[in-house]
Write a protein that binds this ligand. Sequence first.
Ligand SMILES: NC(=O)c1ccc[n+]([C@@H]2O[C@H](COP(=O)([O-])OP(=O)(O)OC[C@H]3O[C@@H](n4cnc5c(N)ncnc54)[C@H](O)[C@@H]3O)[C@@H](O)[C@H]2O)c1
Length: 256
Amino acid sequence: MKAEANLDFTGRRFLVTGGANGIGRATIVRFLSGGASVACLDNNAAALEAIASKAGERLLPIHVDVTDTATLDAAVEKAAETLGGLDGVVNAAGVDLQAGVETMEDAAWERLIAVNLTGPMKVCRAAVAHLRQAGGGTIVNLSSGAGLRPLENRSAYSASKAGLQMFSKALALELSGSDIRVNVVCPGAVDTPLFRSGISGGEEGEKELQSIRARYALARIAEPDEIAAGVAWLSSPESSYVTGVILAIDGGRTFH
Ligand SMILES: NC(=O)c1ccc[n+]([C@@H]2O[C@H](COP(=O)([O-])OP(=O)(O)OC[C@H]3O[C@@H](n4cnc5c(N)ncnc54)[C@H](O)[C@@H]3O)[C@@H](O)[C@H]2O)c1
């Protein structure tokens, strides 16, 4: 895997959900090249195998769905046991849903909330004891620009991401005095499998991409590593006085 210029993560132990693709994967590349050990929790077996075969022995792949409490709790325990503890968590697992409210199916709404909002809560619930045991740590939750300004036909996604922001602030408050910092990153459009799944093929898709680029002051779509850079900073001692922050890494979308 590509080595990035990086912060020093020597000896640090991270758990990253959704790490087999996109932003989570780019974050793992940064952690590994900085010297960390990483447990990658993902429900995509093929993508997990692909990243594991390239990453080397400091990566522990664990196949798990973040919505399933029993197997998730076991996965967090396995990660902590294998890595010898946990210093940081990144919740990057997420799914998208384009659906109008009037035709919303209960199961679709509930699944999205379960993955994007309840999933990070379950991961934090299981991991915080390990961060306490390490004497402190970091949690970074991947929200979205859609949690700052709504996206059309994405009420479930936008609500899940806004909810994740407030959950994270509330957790930062709850953990005050423990030296566990909880922060949020809100990416704009990032070129990942999740982003591409929402774009049509052919000429129609090119038009959609053009109109998306036009929403951004930087007039382009981000690469996953541009988001991972912020996640890495929030996971490092370089951000030691930062907690409860909502950091937009969005090419200027929020003011454009
Ligand atoms: N790509 C974007 O434009 C964009 C923009 C804003 C926010 N985000 C957010 O950033 C995060 C990462 O997105 P991405 O674009 O890298 O997505 P991605 O689809 O490329 O990667 C997400 C990973 O999460 C995994 N995953 C999904 N559901 C899971 C589950 N139930 N249990 C375990 N793993 C699961 C997938 O298998 C995948 O490997 C998501 O939370 C997403 O909502 C993405």
